[in-house]
Ligand binder design. Structure first.
Ligand SMILES: C[S@@+](CC[C@H](N)C(=O)[O-])C[C@H]1O[C@@H](n2cnc3c(N)ncnc32)[C@H](O)[C@@H]1O
Length: 213
């Protein structure tokens, strides 16, 4: 959850400091906001964002899905590197996050690439009608595993598709079932990349990048 004051401060900062239709400058402005105001924001952040961007550039997915929009930081990171015909569906159960994300993504010039759904992840997943080549999981940490199983059950992950999970280092204790599934079930080829928590160079975090076989 983000309160109204914090959301408006980020929005105003972006409008004042970022160049319209320039996704890089919008991400830079959000990062600068964190540093200048010493406010923690749970964006994927620049370090893990680079891993996310590289994955998108390598895979070039046509259909991408994100669980957890927050302020649209990762949505911009994904959408800016999608192929021309590519699109992203981004889900968040918090209406304030959806409102802020829509505004920020629009300012970045990517509104035509991103479709937001305001709903709890399991409910939204159950209503999805197309399969995805790329899925970024970054919502409630104890839902990663159950939502992944639900997406598999509903055939929402294309073969060769990639599931990219954030915060699996700092929330390692909540990832036991998730890790066992993506690493040992045979359904995925999975790798773990160590990094730092967003905006905290002294806090360990990691991402798990899993290819659906
Ligand atoms: C870590 S933030 C997402 C950050 C974003 N991916 C980024 O890097 O810019 C997590 C978001 O997930 C949302 N969320 C948490 N549990 C959820 C659920 N069960 N269904 C949908 N959204 C959820 C929260 O409202 C929050 O905005």
């Amino acid at each position: 959850m983000i309160n109204d004051t914090k959301m408006n401060s980020v929005l105003n900062y972006v409008l004042k400091n970022a160049k319209q239709d320039d996704p890089h400058s919008v991400l830079d402005a959000i990062d600068s906001f964190v540093l200048e105001t010493d406010t923690f924001l749970m964006n994927v952040g620049p370090e893990k964002g680079k891993l996310l961007a590289e994955t998108i550039k390598d895979l070039m997915p046509l259909k991408a899905l994100e669980l957890g929009s927050f302020l649209g930081y990762s949505a911009i990171t994904i959408a800016m590197f999608l192929p021309k015909a590519g699109s992203l569906v981004s889900i968040d159960h918090d209406i304030d996050s959806i409102t802020a994300s829509k505004k920020i993504v629009k300012y970045a010039g990517l509104e035509n690439k991103v479709h937001f759904i305001n709903s709890a992840s399991d409910e939204a997943i159950s209503n999805l009608e197309e399969a995805f080549d790329f899925i970024f999981i970054d919502h409630e940490k104890n839902r990663y595993y159950s939502d992944l199983l639900l997406m598999e059950k509903l055939n929402l992950i294309n073969k060769g598709g990639i599931v990219f999970a954030d915060n699996v280092g700092i929330f390692e204790d909540k990832m036991k079932d998730y890790f066992a599934h993506v690493r040992d079930s045979g359904a995925y080829t999975s790798k773990n990349i160590g990094a730092h928590l967003e905006y905290r160079d002294n806090v360990y975090d990691a991402v798990e990048i899993s290819k659906f076989n």
